[in-house]
Write a protein of this length. Structure first.
Length: 671
């Protein structure tokens, strides 16, 4: 007689199921509607195939398409398998490697059969059609356990040398599983998967692009083709995603940066930005704004060196963690080249090594350590618009969003243990003011201790709780602010609060952060004199709001689709006469705008007004002040505002007053 397993359900009920039963059997016992809707199961919290038998008593939660996170991950994983099956069906001899789900879809790395060119964009329509055929066939997806050697033999027999190599490196004794699609195709996979290919919507995916990829990410290995796709639960979600991509393409800061003449990048300075006058004007306005906010928050601005001795970075711990991402240079000594008779740099055998700073924090500790600091001096808030360099891989560089040279709105707060919560609370308030000024909504998350870290568990317990308490005092530990804790995602030296901004098309960007650090003050021997006359370690709070100016400007450009708020606009108004006879009046309007502090230009070219309107709209100029004979006679201007159909005619003085008010930075406007 088979054993009965007790299966506990989320509603508190318990069902007894015979040995060999599956979550699908439980769904069927509850009702036909659930049996049809259930696509997977959480068994004791682990996501599993719905047809995988129970091993004993268990807690069960059935997964349907309403459980969107789990359902999407399963669907995308299945789309990847269907993609690989389709490619091999169309081109026998294709070798497959890996195919994971991604944040918005899936990909699979494959190698084309011998004698065939690598797969390209022209192949995608045929692959899509074959994928739909496989999905409509409703092929069951069946899990099967194999021995390691049997699986290696199978892959070798099929000519799948990449899969055979991977299977051979898996640990001895580990259970290896494969998934069959019907009875004629399989792939090595941990799972879980949907019950059958028919659970996928054949209209809910699209193959997007192909790219080169190396086996196991190593350039010394064979080159493969990576086929990318996007996958969703239904066609409506797919269409919404494609619309977001189209909108994101229109908002691409690299494209808008060229059109608006803000900046450029070129190979001579990989990962560094050449700022043009208009782009640097946005930077200057942001920097002035942030300086006012920091001055008002009691920060004192400093400037620290770009180069510091490697030993300083070793002592701080950064060299051991980030050496591969740091630029290091030897301390050079002059030598005279015999053939040229001129001084040439050479490296001495015993030369010291210097590193260009990837972050500002160790230098700020060195500033703090100058002189004797009393507990009465704390908190000390040191800020720096600090230029840093990180040796990011070439392939990871992306416009302003990921660069090698960047400037942070960085600051470090040195305080006593008892001041931590209040300082973090104040920072939460400051960050809220800044993001509100830009119209951003945001979520706050707490990144907790990683597996590899410095410092004691007691210090980590204290630091994490301080951040929780500060967020609670700021009233942000709730659903309104998307409060969430992220296990394992803290820095190696400190937990951190993160601010995730949501932009106009729903994307999120992690920008601001504050970290409660007890490690660096200890490693660099920072102390203050306490009330008891003894030496004590300060707590060091690392914090930034913009993060980096480069990335924040990129986010602003994309969020506003180039139509940044008037106070940030490089050119706030252009005066455009309809006919050249009005050039003198246009010049008069321009001088009055400039005298009022408006960044204005005049377009006196002999072009039709509609041409001027289109050109300045493309450059995202907020206001075009059109003047003709009537405006000259009446001392008025016709204002065309970017994005609005109708123009308004105002007396010149009234127009200037309106523009001046709207161009005032938000922190300088009357309450």
């Amino acid at each position: 007689m088979s054993e009965l397993f007790k299966i506990s359900l989320p509603d508190g009920s318990v069902r007894e199921m015979p040995e060999g039963s599956t979550p699908a059997d439980v769904a069927a016992a509850i009702g036909p509607g659930l049996a049809k809707a259930a696509i997977a199961a959480k068994v004791d919290g682990e996501l599993r195939d719905i047809c995988r038998p129970f091993e004993g008593d268990a807690e069960l939660a059935l997964v349907t398409n309403r459980d969107e996170d789990e359902a999407l991950e399963l669907a995308r994983h299945d789309f990847a398998h269907v993609l690989a099956e389709a490619v091999q069906a169309l081109w026998p001899g294709t070798q497959i490697t890996f195919g994971p789900a991604t944040d918005d879809g899936f990909y699979y790395d494959v190698m084309a059969p011998e004698g065939r060119d690598p797969f390209g964009m022209d192949d995608l329509p045929a692959i899509e059609e074959k994928m739909r055929e496989i999905i409509k066939a409703d092929k069951p997806l069946r899990r099967e356990a194999w021995s390691r050697q049997d699986l290696i033999d199978k892959w070798n027999a099929d000519g799948e040398r990449f899969k055979a190599e991977w299977a051979a490196e898996l640990p001895e004794g580990e259970e290896l599983t494969v998934y069959w699609s019907g009875d004629d195709w399989m792939d090595m996979c941990r799972g879980p998967h949907l019950p059958s290919t028919g659970k996928l919507d054949p209209q809910a995916f699209k193959l997007m692009r192909v790219a080169g990829a190396y086996w196991r990410g190593d350039q010394a290995n064979a080159q493969l083709t990576r086929i990318y796709g996007t996958g969703w639960l239904n066609k409506k979600q797919l269409n919404a995603h494609l619309h977001r991509l189209e909108e994101a393409g229109k908002r691409d800061h690299r494209k808008l940066g060229r059109e608006m003449d803000l900046f450029h990048l070129q190979e001579e300075a990989h990962g560094s930005v050449f700022w043009h006058p208009k782009g640097y004007m946005i930077w200057r306005e942001l920097e002035a704004y942030m300086r006012r906010k920091m001055d008002g928050g009691g920060y004192r601005e400093i400037k620290t060196p770009q180069l510091m001795d490697i030993r300083q970075w070793e002592q701080s711990g950064h060299w051991g963690k980030y050496a591969e991402n740091m630029f290091a240079v030897p301390d050079m000594v002059p030598d005279v080249a015999e053939d040229a008779g001129v001084a040439a740099p050479t490296v001495a055998k015993d030369a010291d090594w210097m590193a260009i700073k990837p972050m500002n924090c160790p230098a700020h500790v060195l500033v703090f350590k100058q002189g004797i600091t009393s507990y009465r001096d704390l908190p000390i808030r040191l800020g720096e618009m600090g230029c840093c360099h990180r040796n990011e891989p070439h392939g990871a560089l992306h416009g302003l969003m990921r660069v090698r040279q960047f400037t942070q709105d960085d600051a470090h707060i040195f305080c006593t243990e008892g001041q931590v919560v209040e300082e973090v609370r104040k920072f939460c308030k400051l960050a809220d003011e800044v993001y509100s000024d830009f119209g951003f909504k945001y979520h706050v998350k707490l990144a907790l201790r990683p597996e590899k870290r410095f410092g004691s568990d007691a210090d980590w317990d204290k630091a994490e709780q301080e951040l929780r308490d500060a967020v609670a005092e700021a009233g942000m530990d709730n659903e309104e602010y998307g409060w969430e804790e992220l296990p394992g995602e803290g820095a190696f030296y400190a937990p951190k609060l993160e601010w995730h901004l949501t932009d106009a098309i729903g994307r999120t960007w992690q920008v601001g952060t504050i970290q409660g650090d007890r490690v660096l003050p200890d490693r660099l021997d920072a102390t203050y004199v306490g009330e008891d006359g003894g030496r004590h370690r300060p707590v060091m709070l690392h914090r930034a709001i913009f993060g980096s100016y480069e990335r924040f400007i990129g986010i602003l450009i994309e969020h506003f689709a180039g139509k940044v708020p008037l106070w940030l606009a490089p050119t706030q108004a252009v005066v455009a006469p309809i006919v050249s006879d009005i050039d003198d009046y246009a010049g008069e309007v321009l001088e009055k705008l400039k005298a009022a502090g408006i960044r204005a230009e005049a377009d006196l070219r002999n072009e039709k007004i509609n041409y001027k309107v289109r050109e300045h709209s493309l450059k995202k100029v907020p206001h075009l002040l059109v003047v003709g004979k009537r405006e000259q006679e009446d001392s008025t201007v016709a204002i065309r505002t970017l994005g609005e159909k109708d123009q308004q005619v105002l007396p010149l003085d009234e127009a200037i007053a309106m523009l001046t008010e709207n161009a005032t930075p938000p922190d300088l406007r009357p309450a």
